[in-house]
Ligand binder design. Structure first.
Ligand code: ADE
Length: 392
């Protein structure tokens, strides 16, 4: 993670986070450990809770606790009560900054009356931002939230390449299925859906896209994918991937139409995109584990295979986004924490974009790390771009 390393080295020299407590609710992975170390290099105290009961890499959690002295609340396969306790524990540290992945920590800080005391928070996911904007619209958001998920250096890369690749990685690791010649249905054509669809096509699958937004649906069509309503796609798919940020996008009516052997995977943040209650009801109870992380449900003589209990398949069945792309996300996170620390009170409660200068700096450092050089506009070009009505 060369970009994050550069940021961490500067932090070590300048200590911009000295005395700051940073509470994190993030997937506890090797990449997250690098972020935690960069923040600590800048002088911050860090407390870390898991952002999902199934995503923790236990060796990483143990190393952060033992070698770095970080307060870590994360165990893979933990139950929901322990998951919530971990978030409550890091919220109880009265942090100055919160880094969130799904908005459960920010929600908890609001419940504890600790949100007003934050310099600010950052949110890593689309799902979390949907929740926080709903809270803001209802007049309940009490802190500034920086929408890291919407930074240009994040969206186009993290969601498209990171989730796009790791989602297929999770499906393949869990099932060892062949994608070539199969039909893969992507529900949701945001950045993640785009990434999943492109990569599945590259692996030889026929890709069907289901999308409620007409502009995105049109884009999917123009990219050469079949676009249709989800009930029609239910009959066609061999593999289904939900990446909508919504709930019950695959439900009873879909399960009833699916082919024998269909695979169901979710890569959206919460396990609500596949209606698990409806699946269990239809199958007359829980499924049977036929491989690790693969639960087989018998639905009227057809076998449907649910992966990773409907939780983030890319983190539960694979290792999440590779380091090369988390480098961008976590460099953004680190620079956002620095900006919050250097300018306390600059942001009013509400959801704010990542400053464009931070976006550009992260992209610039990544290009540098990749050894890619780009042109710089000449003074004439700058002045041409900045002037009104010039045609010569
Ligand atoms: N979210 C997706 N992939 C991740 C990773 N490798 N580490 C932390 N959070 C992630």
């Amino acid at each position: 993670m060369p970009v994050l390393r550069r940021v961490g080295e500067r932090f070590a020299a300048e200590a911009p986070l000295a005395g700051l407590t940073v509470a994190c609710c993030l997937h506890v992975t090797a990449e997250t450990a690098s972020l935690v170390r960069a923040l600590r290099a800048g002088g911050a105290e860090v407390a870390l809770a898991a952002a999902n009961p199934l995503s923790t890499q236990d060796d990483v959690a143990a190393a952060l606790a033992a070698e770095d002295g970080v307060e870590v609340h994360a165990t893979r396969g933990t139950d929901l009560a322990a998951y919530a306790e971990g978030i409550a524990a890091v919220a109880a540290r009265a942090p100055a900054v919160a880094l969130d992945d799904g908005a459960d920590l920010i929600e908890r800080l609001h419940a504890d009356g600790a949100a007003e005391a934050l310099l600010g928070a950052s949110e890593e996911t689309t799902t979390g931002l949907v929740r926080l904007r709903a809270l803001d619209a209802a007049g309940g958001l009490r802190c500034a939230v920086v929408a890291v998920n919407e930074a240009l250096a994040e969206r186009a890369f993290n969601d498209r390449y990171g989730t796009g690749q790791s989602t297929l990685d999770g499906i393949l690791r869990a099932t060892n299925t062949l994608l070539a010649g199969r039909t893969l249905v992507v529900l949701g054509y945001g950045w993640t859906g785009r990434g999943v669809a492109e990569r599945a096509r590259g692996a030889g699958a026929s890709v069907v896209v289901c999308e409620v937004d007409p502009v995105r649906a049109l884009e999917a069509r123009m990219q050469g994918f079949e676009v249709m309503p989800s009930l029609a796609a239910a009959e066609r798919g061999d593999v289904f991937v939900t990446v909508t940020g919504s709930r019950a996008v695959l439900g009873r009516a879909h399960f009833e139409r699916m082919k024998d052997g269909a695979i169901l995977a979710n890569a959206g943040h919460f396990d609500v995109e596949i209606d698990l209650a409806a699946l269990r009801e239809l199958a007359g109870g829980s499924g049977r584990e036929v491989r690790p992380l693969v639960e087989q449900f018998d639905v009227r003589g057809r076998r449907l295979h649910l992966l990773a209990q409907g939780r983030v398949v890319n983190l539960a069945a694979a290792e999440g986004h590779p380091a090369a792309v988390m480098d961008l996300s976590f460099a953004l996170q680190a620079l956002v924490v620095e900006a919050l620390a250097r300018e306390p009170g600059a942001l009013a409660p509400g959801v704010h974009p990542v400053p464009a200068a931070i976006d550009r700096e992260v992209a610039r450092l990544k290009l540098e790390a990749l050894g890619v050089e780009i042109d710089v506009p000449t003074p004439e070009q700058e002045s041409y771009r900045g002037s009104w009505g010039t045609s010569s």
